[in-house]
Design a protein around this ligand. Structure first.
Ligand SMILES: [Zn+2]
Length: 76
């Protein structure tokens, strides 16, 4: 599902390094938005920070297989 805000979601065929970068970017953005939201009194910033945190969590869950799914066949 596409978002109307600025960050890009990783595509499933990208490598582990790109997923790791996306995890760190979402983590840093989460912290920055929480700090900025508290100082400016913006609930919208804090809400988007939580959204980015959930993005980061889903990338962490997907991380171990993200880079190798396309290259290796499934084995039973
Ligand atoms: Zn998102």
């Amino acid at each position: 599902m596409p978002h109307d805000h600025g960050h890009a979601h990783i595509d499933p065929n990208s490598g582990d390094r790109r997923v790791a970068i996306a995890i760190w970017a979402n983590g840093l953005l989460t912290v920055a938005q929480i700090v900025g939201g508290i100082f400016s009194g913006s609930l919208a910033l804090i809400a988007d920070a939580l959204h980015n945190f959930s993005d980061m969590a889903s990338l962490v869950i997907a991380f171990p297989r993200a880079g190798s799914r396309a290259a290796q066949p499934m084995s039973a």
